[in-house]
Design a protein around this ligand. Sequence first.
Ligand code: CP
Ligand code: NVA
Length: 338
Amino acid sequence: MNHFYGKSFLKETDFSAAEINYLIDFAIHLKSLKQQNIPHQYLAGKNIALLFEKSSTRTRSAFTVAANDLGAHPEFLGKNDIQFGNKESVADTAKVLGGMFDGIEFRGFKQKTVADLAAYSGVPVWNGLTDDWHPTQMIADFMTLKEHFGSLEGLTLTYVGDGRNNVANSLLVTGAILGINIHIGAPNELQPTASVLEIAQNAAAKSGAQILVTEDVTAAVKNADALYTDVWVSMGEDVDYDKRITQLLPYQINEDLLAQTGKEETIVLHCLPAFHDTQTTIGAQLLKSHHLDALEITDDVFQSTKSVVFQEAANRMHAIKSIMSVTLGKPFIPESIF
Ligand code: CP
Ligand code: NVA
């Protein structure tokens, strides 16, 4: 029996707390199989379409390696390679791809696109990031927290920065589903929208998670077991970078902010890519014009032993492997878990 078989993962609320916890634990199990070189070809003979409207390093690599390890064949379909959205509708593309592939990953702009792909393709669809949500990132992030702390129970995670982007939305809602306290430190105009907050509050009412959304960065980080940030301008956003920098500079993760958690053991996460130094073309120009050394996270914190960002990035592959294998393969899963 496989509880997840045939399901899509389009947004966090598609799964219950028990199901998300299972995905995390199965990812940890698959990681240990990989480390021991034990084969786990749950998707032998399957074909996976990887549809990308936006660019990606981690998500594309994670889906590709996970598919290969699971015995499936991944096929990258970039936005300029196929007719999708230009000469052919999403619905027609979904029907065509669903007639050939066994599963579809989509990264792009609108949530409606990934929902339509699922509605019309007839195969499992996985959201590799939209403007609204980044669900596969969540399995890796909470997996990383579980690996580090041994348990998720009682943890407080504080996200600082653009509190309205896909990653902030996803952290808020996933934490609320799982019963983890989520604090968002962000200026008023970049705090979660009322609709996202309502989803999170409904989930928190069931799980007991405490939610705090505040402009006061000191209050937001107090007692945090984990600090999390993301880029200040997301892919596809058309905003004034200078204004964003001014708005979000007080929310930068640096040594001073880290000390304000009041906890020695606080760790730092970032979904990446990050502007922590001048080693990128966009970052170098921005930092020079603002006389800054870093944007959302300083290099000393990014490189410190508190930072688990590269463990988190590597976990993307194990998390995506977990999601694909249970929704498309048939590993044995006792129904009593749910
Ligand atoms: N964190 C993340 O999704 O990275 P990519 O944009 O490189 O896939
Ligand atoms: N909020 C970021 C996440 C990147 C993984 C973006 O959408 O660009």
